[in-house]
Write a protein that binds this ligand. Structure first.
Ligand code: JEK
Length: 229
């Protein structure tokens, strides 16, 4: 999979060379490229923002550098997807991560300031499948941190990236419940015992206990996930 990220803060993505994603890059499973939007701003100060038409607080990203940067990364691609993180987008989900993990080319456009001139989205949509996507209902200062999260969620689903594919199998059999609590050695720590059922060797009882824990936890912290009948 090819991934392009366009940003005014390319250094933020240096962190992607660490750990899982770094290995996926080294193995050639992903071809991840980060482009500096300012390389497509041609005035002396490499300006990427300007005041909003109609007034209002803050600055808006100018269309010309975006147009040139996207022309460059989309050049002769047949079927790209372009994601713009935005507080006004549809919320990013595991389903989206799965769908995007099956694409051949995904481009992320990271806005800053109050966002990007609307014509950039409209122009990109004439050449690509464009989506505005939000990480969640809170306000970030720009798209970069959202893209870090989305790239991690997408890339770990690509075959060969996760060391133990069984963990992905368990996820895909998921029922929309939260996970059960996990324990490891030692069996007693600061007077706190591991639930004895987990040491019983009774796999049926363990499966039943885990399911009960999932249901209790989901009802308590995420009742919205429990399907209504
Ligand atoms: C992309 C610029 C910053 C900050 C004004 C007024 C109510 C805010 C843009 N889940 C997510 N939260 N935030 C983002 C995100 C933020 C971004 C950009 C993504 C580009 N910013 C910014 C304030 C405002 N709005 C009305 C909301 C706009 C994000 C994601 N993904």
């Amino acid at each position: 999979m090819r991934i392009d990220i366009v940003t005014i803060f390319p250094a933020i993505f240096d962190a992607l060379d660490i750990s899982l994603l770094g290995k996926a890059k080294q193995n050639g499973i992903i071809d991840l490229r980060v482009a500096d939007l300012r390389d497509h701003a041609h005035d002396k100060h490499r300006t990427v923002d300007d005041t909003p038409y109609g007034g209002g607080a803050g600055m808006v990203m100018k269309p010309e550098p975006w147009g040139e940067a996207l022309d460059s990364v989309l050049a002769d691609d047949v079927d790209p997807v372009v994601i713009f993180p935005s507080p006004a987008g549809e919320v990013f989900t595991q389903r989206m991560a799965r769908e995007l993990s099956e694409e051949s080319h995904v481009v992320f456009g990271c806005g800053r300031y109050e966002g990007i001139d609307q014509r950039v989205f409209d122009d990109a949509a004439s050449r690509a499948r464009v989506h505005l996507v939000s990480l969640g209902d809170y306000v970030l200062n720009g798209g970069e941190v959202a893209v870090m999260a989305m790239v991690e969620a997408i890339v770990r689903l690509i075959p060969g990236v996760i060391g133990n594919p069984q963990s992905l199998v368990e996820e895909s059999h998921e029922d929309g419940l939260l996970e059960y609590p996990s324990y490891t050695k030692p069996p007693v720590w600061r007077d706190r015992e591991v639930p004895p059922v987990l040491l019983s060797g009774n796999h049926g009882a363990i499966a039943k206990w885990r399911r009960e824990q999932q249901l209790e936890r989901t009802k308590r912290v995420r009742p919205d996930l429990i399907a209504e009948e």
